[in-house]
Write a protein that binds this ligand. Structure first.
Ligand code: SAH
Length: 369
């Protein structure tokens, strides 16, 4: 099955050269043979990369000095460089703006909580989905990210945690969410490769639990079904934002292509195949989608179609510059939660992080441009 990729609105530049993290371990072994090196070198490199978060072959001291340069040239081209770091929430939130050699900019955000550390990563530079409340949606798409560009965001954050370069001392990166820039299911093959490498046990990958990886989507229904058949246990989050097609067509333009019934049907299939509860995201926007009748309608829809397999996450809108929209008041938020729950569907309000550092999806990259 081929997944239709939404048309790019901006120029589409080429992907970076192949990197170690684009490849599976067996592909790296083949590469080693091509280079005239024994295949076991692949395992050595993989232990450095996935086990110690080391991506510079010159530092891989168990490789013979004579081959370190060759490995670097063949498998470790320069990918992302950090151009800005911003901290918030007393250092418990760290946002990084990355730039690739072709000038592409993207963001990732590391958030530390008492019981976990979550990294929010980008899957595309920019986004073609054009959701009007989202800063990335206003940027348009620059290009797809390679699997290695996705994996590298994770490696660097895992290293930051391990070295204790974040408030709270050394720890472990436990969760990864595809909630940064881009629509992950519109970059399907590379995102899937990245997921496998993020979750495979060391030395094939970082060994992060599949259940602790969340793929968030506007609702690319055919790709949701395809993901359901991949034999993975990752969490699926759907950016519903609205229980009716008319408003959703404007809030999430992809709805014109895959309307609610199709999206919910795909979500059901995902829940059936994986046994995983679907996370339903609802950006809460004052006087736009915050009516209590919509809460009732949302609760009824989800209870009818997914029963206990849906959980609603209310995200108070993080206003983007130039937009007239803002978050609904707190009392409306509380009432909305109660109305959804009254229909038998669990509902919580997402903790908002980094509001003071323009952490809304794509905001920092928009400023940089
Ligand atoms: N393209 C994917 C993932 C990226 S955004 C998707 O749409 O799901 C991750 C989540 O943040 C989505 O639910 C998105 O709708 C939401 N979001 C984007 N901009 C926001 C803002 N300004 N305030 C609150 N939530 C926002």
């Amino acid at each position: 099955m081929t997944i239709p990729v939404p048309l790019a609105r901006g120029p589409r530049r080429g992907l970076p050269p192949t990197h170690f993290a684009d490849l599976t371990l067996s592909e790296v072994k083949n590469k080693m043979r091509e280079l005239g090196m024994p295949a076991f070198r692949a395992d050595q490199i993989a232990r450095h990369y996935y086990g110690r978060y080391e991506a510079d072959p010159l530092q891989m001291t168990d490789l013979p000095t004579g081959i370190r340069e060759a490995v670097k040239d063949a498998l470790f081209p320069q990918l992302l460089s950090p151009v800005r770091y911003i901290e918030a929430d007393g250092g418990a939130t760290q946002k990084t703006l990355w730039k690739s050699p072709d000038g592409t900019v993207l963001e990732s955000v590391l958030m530390r909580y008492s019981d976990r550390a979550t990294l929010c990563i980008s899957s595309q530079a920019g986004c073609a989905q054009a959701c009007p409340f989202c800063a990335t949606g206003q940027l348009g798409i620059q290009r797809q990210l390679s699997a290695a560009e996705i994996v590298e965001q994770v490696r660097v954050a895992a290293s930051t945690m391990e070295k204790g370069e974040m408030e709270g001392g050394p720890g472990r990166l436990s969760n990864v969410v595809f909630m940064g820039m881009g629509e992950p299911l519109a970059n399907y093959k590379r995102v899937l490769r990245a997921i496998r490498q993020i979750t495979a046990p060391i030395p094939q990958g970082f060994g992060i639990s599949q259940r602790h990886v969340t793929v968030s989507t506007v609702g690319v229904a055919p790709a949701i079904r395809r993901l359901a058949d991949e034999d993975l246990a990752v969490t699926l989050a759907i950016s519903l934002h609205c229980p009716d097609d008319e408003l959703r067509n404007t809030l999430v333009p992809a709805n014109n292509r895959w309307p609610l019934a199709d999206v919910i049907d795909a979500a059901k299939y995902y829940a059936d195949r994986t046994g995983r509860r679907i996370s339903i995201e609802y950006a809460f926007i004052r006087d736009v989608n915050d009516q209590l009748w919509r809460a009732d309608m949302l609760g009824q829809l989800l209870h009818r179609e997914l029963q206990q397999m849906a959980h609603v996450n209310l995200i108070p809108l993080n206003p983007t510059p130039g937009s007239e929209w803002d978050a609904s008041p707190r009392d409306r938020q509380d009432a909305f939660v109660q109305h959804v729950r009254a229909q038998g569907v669990t509902c919580t309000v997402r903790d908002t992080r980094g509001q003071d550092i323009a952490a809304a999806c794509g905001q920092l990259a928009a400023e940089e441009k």
